[in-house]
Design a protein around this ligand. Structure first.
Ligand code: SAH
Length: 247
């Protein structure tokens, strides 16, 4: 069974609306919707916001539901140059930017793991990347409408480092500080690297797809709310569906 997860309801709503639910199971206060999407057995779940919430959900999916792979889809703040609102970022590595056990371990290194970056599954990441390219090149009417309402014309797809931490990055000073420390980071969010670490523990493939809702700057809270309402759901639905249909 494939698991598809997001942090917040608007990120998963459109995808969930496509799936007739066969069974709902509540574990650890979370509702897990099982059904079929594009002819495949899937389980959909909301992790909630932040690393602990995401880790707990990922652990339940791996252990209780025996998920064969986890796909995370949601929104993120753009950090990299040219990573603007409406763009899509597919992770090729994930790091917890707020983890610091120095001087005992080098900054960001996860004790016991010997590394700071966790790599997603290349096959799933490539499927998401190809699907994102196709969707952005020719958006379906509903998504096209959302993008137009937001004044977005030619969103692009990027692949690279996504960083996670328990902080909504919403000042220009903070995002600049992150850029200085981690110049190759393309986007910042609050769950991806936690899911990555849990999936490494369970030896399950995973991939992370994020649509840029804001630039993690002084304007972030305004852009974030609008984007979530107008674009996030359709973007996630169209890309994930295409990725499921095209192995
Ligand atoms: N206003 C929301 C809280 C949003 S937290 C509420 O009240 O529920 C931001 C969520 O979007 C997280 O799940 C995170 O993964 C993602 N995100 C989007 N932009 C972000 C940013 N600039 N910094 C950190 N996380 C961001």
């Amino acid at each position: 069974m494939l698991a598809i997860v997001s942090a917040m309801p608007p990120e998963l709503a459109a995808l969930k609306a496509l799936m007739p639910t066969d069974q709902i199971t509540t574990v650890a206060g979370r509702r897990f919707h099982q059904g079929q999407l594009a002819g495949q057995d899937v389980v959909l779940a909301l992790t909630g916001i932040g690393k602990v919430a995401a880790a707990a959900t990922a652990a339940v999916l791996c252990q209780h539901f025996q998920a064969c792979a986890l796909l995370f889809t949601g929104v993120a703040g753009g950090l990299g140059e040219g990573v603007t609102v409406g763009d899509v970022v597919v992770a090729d590595a994930l790091l917890q930017h707020d983890l610091d056990v120095s001087p005992l371990f080098p900054r960001w290194v996860v004790p016991g793991k010997g590394k700071d970056r966790f790599a997603p599954n290349p096959h799933w990441s490539e499927r998401l990347r190809r699907a994102a390219h196709a969707v952005l090149a020719q958006p379906e009417p509903e998504l096209a409408q959302g993008l137009a309402a937001f004044g977005l014309h030619a969103p692009r797809c990027h692949q690279g480092l996504i960083i996670s931490g328990d902080r909504f990055v919403s000042t220009t000073a903070e995002s600049q500080a992150l850029r200085n420390l981690l110049p190759d980071a393309l986007a910042v969010e609050m769950e991806g690297a936690a899911v990555a670490q849990v999936c490494a523990d369970f030896d399950r493939p995973f991939a992370v797809l994020r649509t840029v809702s804001d630039r993690a700057d002084d304007q972030a809270h305004v852009d974030f709310e609008r984007f979530l309402a107008e674009v996030a759901a359709e973007m996630a639905r169209d890309i994930v569906l295409k990725a499921l249909l095209n192995p």
